[in-house]
Design a protein around this ligand. Sequence first.
Ligand code: SAH
Length: 476
Amino acid sequence: MKLYPLFADLAGRQVLVVGGGVVGERKAAALLEAGARVIVGAPALTPALRAWAGQGRIRWRPERFEESWLDEVWLVVAASDDAALHARIQALAERRRLFVNVVDDAGRSSFHVPAVVDRAPVTIAISSGGQAPMLARLLRERLETLVDPVVGPLATMLAELRGAIRTRLPDLALRRRFYQHLLEGPVQGLLRRGQRALAQAAAENLLASAASRPATGSVVLLGAGPGDPGLLTLRGLRALNEADVILHDRLVSAEVLALARRDAERIEVAKQAGHHHTTQAQIHALMLEHAAAGRRVVRLKGGDPFVFGRGGEELEFLRHHGIPYEVVPGITAALACAAYAGIPLTHRDHAQSVRLVTAHCRQSVDTLDWPALAQERQTLAFYMGIGELATLQRQLIAHGRAATTPFALVENGSRPEQRVVTGTLAELAERAAAHQVCSPALLIVGEVAALAGTLGWFGQAPLAALPADSPSRVAA
Ligand code: SAH
């Protein structure tokens, strides 16, 4: 059976709901929201229905169902738990050419109530024809995350501009281009931030210049998180779905890239410590080239773009060249590695602050503020520290941090191949070498690091001892 989809305008129209239980209440609530005048027929009501009846929001008929009730309504919903009554209502409604929905009985229903994604005035309705309601509900949840909430306000704004758009742009192709620009430009971002007047002004500007205007692109500076695609934000997912071009770092996982629009062009702009494959200037040039050609560029970075990601420099460049941009944060390695290793970064008993530190400095790690870093009761998260572990260990101890302070090295945090190596500061470099810890890895130093042993939950258990065949184990 194939259904004909239909959106009904029920404002001011009477609808009968037979049944005063929780199901009847749910149906009545949805009908009220659509502006229907709801009549509930049932000997007893839920407290909410009774309250609505008291307030005059619904009309209550406490008698047993009578055929004459059908005379005054446009639709009927049978929501009692009496199958015989449902059969009777269905037969009577059918004879009068009234549409009837029998709850949980697709066979007896002449209309179905879909699962809905509500972006009023935009509504997305999903039906499985009553065959697989759970599937429809799951699809609805998916769409709920995919469809930007700003669609609603955008549609409202467009409704107001509709007349002006039609007069200014009588040509369909031009109109289409205007709408595309509208979706790519700053209007949605402004609406998202609740700046309606500015959004309206931006849309009107766009309209004024639409006939002659070349396409303008934009850049989304997007944090991809540490690897697990589940840690990408919903906004990030939408940006990936809309991208024409994706400029991504090597650190961005294949699973995250797989979420992007299939026909988006993917360009790896790999930078590795020591040998830079693509220089920062080349990355800037690529962003500019694609955005200036009217494309939607996503600059995709591992973790968060503003944490050791040179995101600031990229925005300065874009601002200088007048390219519109947005920033979508990501889960930075310190947060992800700590979470996936079971290490609370702060803890009432152990650490009142956290520092995010890069061990990859312009000059050398010796220029870091070691006395401050060696203070007790704080957690240190070192990025890009793999090559500098011996120095980190030596300097922290030399400046007074106890040699017994626990550390955890988290390699490939949040990814299936995650490894955690733990120990005390005195053993740091030796342990890392013995387990051949590789980049990307994050070093956490502080009392909280020891909790990985008891609170760890993801992947393999922490490697707390040296591997059996390591040279130092053999020597010991
Ligand atoms: N902008 C990124 C950091 C870029 S610097 C962020 O916010 O996470 C690169 C360093 O981040 C790596 O050398 C490593 O120390 C750390 N890192 C990034 N992803 C990681 C991961 N999945 N596991 C462990 N460390 C990671």
